[in-house]
Design a protein around this ligand. Structure first.
Ligand code: 8IG
Length: 276
């Protein structure tokens, strides 16, 4: 068997590594094609069990192009789930690479590219984030309507002039609203991190149109659109952004908000995916 090429070699086509990953996943799971993919961010880890039966679960680092996750609370497995209602297969990526980990944008985009090569037509990107609106405090899920990519980076290479109008699928957002009419929408601003924003940066993001601030998702959404996937983005507000609330930001509070909102948002996500 060929050893997989490295994403870090500039001569490697990152889609070739994604193809290798998809072939390995098909072999290990026995599922030739997955229909949907989910990227589970902070707080969202419980959704998979509610969606269906786990057919197979692999440590992500056994799959070409994936590495071990760096952050406590980020789950490092890739699962194949079968939905009992319709027999559809869902690829659950619990291993997200963040820009702040410093491995580069190819690693950030690798999960969504693997999902596309595995056959998925839809990807749901979830995250935990900071909120700018005091009326949507910790524990509130918010649909992403659009984003501001404030990272200065792109997951694309070369002249990939991809259209991002309606990047966050109006069709899928309508499904989510049907499932929960109380869901609101917001614009997600991705910062590079890993530090949280200063209050001035949060005010800046607000003036630019952001409702949510985070360190993921926008770059993945761009890569997903480029790979031909339909994108749904859902954030869980785990903290009020710096200077909006009265308390300093702490990763422990973020994890706690995820734990307490987890069952509720997991049910919501499972209900949405059933309508795809
Ligand atoms: I969870 O307040 C989480 N992720 N940039 N700001 C940014 N990322 C976050 C935040 C936040 N909370």
């Amino acid at each position: 068997m060929n050893k997989s090429q490295s994403l870090d070699d500039p001569r490697t086509d990152p889609f070739d590594v994604a193809q290798d990953a998809a072939v390995l996943l098909a072999g290990e799971t026995g599922v030739a094609r997955h229909d949907f993919a989910l990227v589970l961010g902070s707080g969202w880890g419980g959704a998979a069990e509610l969606i269906g039966e786990t057919i197979a679960e692999l440590p992500s680092w056994e799959v070409p192009g994936f590495a071990e996750p760096a952050v406590a609370g980020h789950v490092g497995t890739i699962r194949s789930i079968r939905m009992p209602e319709n027999g559809k297969h869902v690829l659950v990526l619990g291993a997200r690479a963040h820009l702040y980990e410093g491995r580069g944008v190819r690693h950030v985009a690798h999960g969504v590219r693997t999902a596309a090569k595995a056959g998925a037509s839809v990807i749901v990107l979830t995250n935990g984030c900071g909120g700018l609106d005091v009326l949507r405090g910790p524990g509130t899920p918010v649909l992403i309507s659009d984003h501001l990519n404030l990272t200065g980076a792109s997951p694309l290479e070369g002249a990939a002039f991809v259209d991002l109008t309606d990047l966050y699928s109006p069709r899928l957002r309508a499904i989510a609203h049907q499932v929960d009419p109380a869901l609101t929408e917001g614009v997600y601003a991705q910062f590079r991190g890993p530090q949280y924003e200063t209050p001035a940066e949060v005010r800046m993001a607000g003036r630019l149109g952001a409702d949510l601030v985070g360190m993921s998702t926008a770059l993945e959404a761009i890569a997903a659109r480029h790979a031909g996937l339909e994108v749904l983005g859902i954030s869980l507000v785990t903290n009020l952004a710096a200077g909006i609330g009265t308390r300093p930001l702490a990763h422990e509070d973020v994890l706690e908000a995820g734990v307490s909102a987890g069952p509720r948002i997991s049910r919501l996500l499972a209900q949405i995916v059933r309508q795809f």
